[in-house]
Design a protein around this ligand. Structure first.
Ligand code: ZN
Length: 395
């Protein structure tokens, strides 16, 4: 969860607590003309202010002070423990949730919420058995507790129990009435891959097809199907991969190696260049398609044409080392390099480590590989190539 999203959730929690509190206070007012004492604490106001400005660590510190003065303030316990977990103080979060659960007068939904939160504390701390138990207890108290169900689903994903994760996700989609099939599709892909590894081709194919019927944007399902058909029927593999590129053009490069193989297998290797040309015309910043095309041109003896393509790729994506390297190789092919430059290119080729920066659009986690599931926020299909804009003044 991003900081902004987290703050929004926490503020919603606070607002809910305040609304509930306001209603309860309204009733009490007639009797006592009083409001909960913790709300008159300056630390409470300061804590909310810090929370609203996204300063989570400081907010947890202030709310911790409120709790020391008013250990029974349930809504402060709920929010503070969530904050402690988010800033990495999971032990403190666990402690507060245990204290909270010791209250006798919690409502059913407060108890379920506290148990589910405790489950998430344990999950973050790596105590998976205890997490599973806490989520199960939360669901005993309230079988429709979304937090506990979502936690159970993540717990299964973390243990690569794809079928169990899929079943819970199906219930979640139904309860949220969201109709979102993307996560279900990615879980089917994992089930398909497992089937493939166990030699069960039919089960794998069925899983990949189910994934695509849930959502056509599940790119690895297209890749999985193409792989199944690559040797037996390369034309069919071509068809499947072209479908994938049409469904998610920004992921096309992930299908390039398979596409080259499939076109070659189908006896039409030149169609790969045509595909790259189409991709470049659709997105001028698609340096991967330009690079693939330039390589084909250079290898086919059209190095001058390749150079033109690569220079445009440098303009659009100056940070990509692979493009620069390809420029040097092309210059070498054109015979324009002296011995010094040739030595330089050989050194770069031998020693440069190419990192392929990717970033999660949800939590900003950075990785050097393309991953279908973010290892930090555990969301699916949120990792994209990280692009650096050209320097100011260039086209
Ligand atoms: Zn993420």
């Amino acid at each position: 969860m991003t900081d902004t999203a987290l703050v929004a959730v926490l503020l919603a929690t606070v607002a809910g607590a305040l609304a509930g509190g306001a209603w309860a206070a309204g009733r009490r007012k007639a009797r006592e003309r009083q409001r909960p004492l913790f709300r008159s604490s300056p630390h409470y106001t300061e804590g909310l202010h810090l929370l609203a400005t996204g300063q989570l660590e400081a907010a947890s510190h202030e709310l911790g002070k409120v709790l020391r003065q008013h250990p029974d303030a349930v809504e402060v316990q709920q929010v503070a423990s969530h904050l402690y977990r988010e800033v990495g103080k999971v032990e403190r979060a666990i402690e507060i949730h245990r204290d909270l659960l010791a209250h006798k007068d919690l409502t059913r939904s407060e108890r379920a919420h506290a148990l589910a939160s405790l489950g998430t504390d344990y999950r973050k701390a790596g105590f998976l058995d205890r997490a599973a138990q806490a989520y199960a207890e939360a669901l005993q108290v309230d079988p429709r507790n979304l937090h506990a169900l979502a936690g159970q689903q993540k717990l299964h994903e973390e243990q690569r129990q794809w079928r169990e994760a899929y079943e819970i996700q199906t219930r979640l989609v139904r309860m949220r009435k969201s109709g979102d099939g993307l996560v279900l599709g990615f879980l089917q892909v994992e089930m398909g891959r497992e089937a493939l590894a166990a030699g069960r081709r039919d089960a794998a194919e069925e899983a990949f097809l189910t994934a695509l019927s849930l959502d056509r944007r599940v790119f690895p399902a297209h890749l999985g199907l193409a792989e199944l058909w690559m040797d037996r029927d390369p034309r069919r593999a071509v068809h499947l991969l072209e479908d994938a590129v049409a469904a998610v053009p920004e992921r096309a490069y992930l299908a390039f190696p398979a596409l080259q193989k499939a076109y070659a297998g189908a006896g039409e290797p030149s169609r790969f260049s045509a595909l790259c040309e189409r991709l470049v015309s659709q997105d001028p910043r698609d340096w991967r398609a330009r690079l693939a095309l330039a390589r084909q041109l250079r290898e086919g003896g059209a190095a001058a044409e390749a150079l033109g393509l690569l220079l445009r790729a440098v303009e659009a994506n100056p940070h990509v080392l692979l493009v620069h390297l390809e420029v040097w190789r092309t210059l070498r092919a054109l015979g324009t390099l002296g011995p010094e430059e040739q030595r330089y290119v050989a050194t770069v080729e031998a020693s440069a480590v190419y990192v392929d920066p990717h970033i999660c659009t949800v939590c900003r986690y950075r990785t050097d590989d393309m991953l279908w599931r973010c290892p930090h926020c555990h969301e699916w299909n949120t990792v994209v190539e990280e692009r650096v804009s050209p320097a100011a003044g260039t086209r």
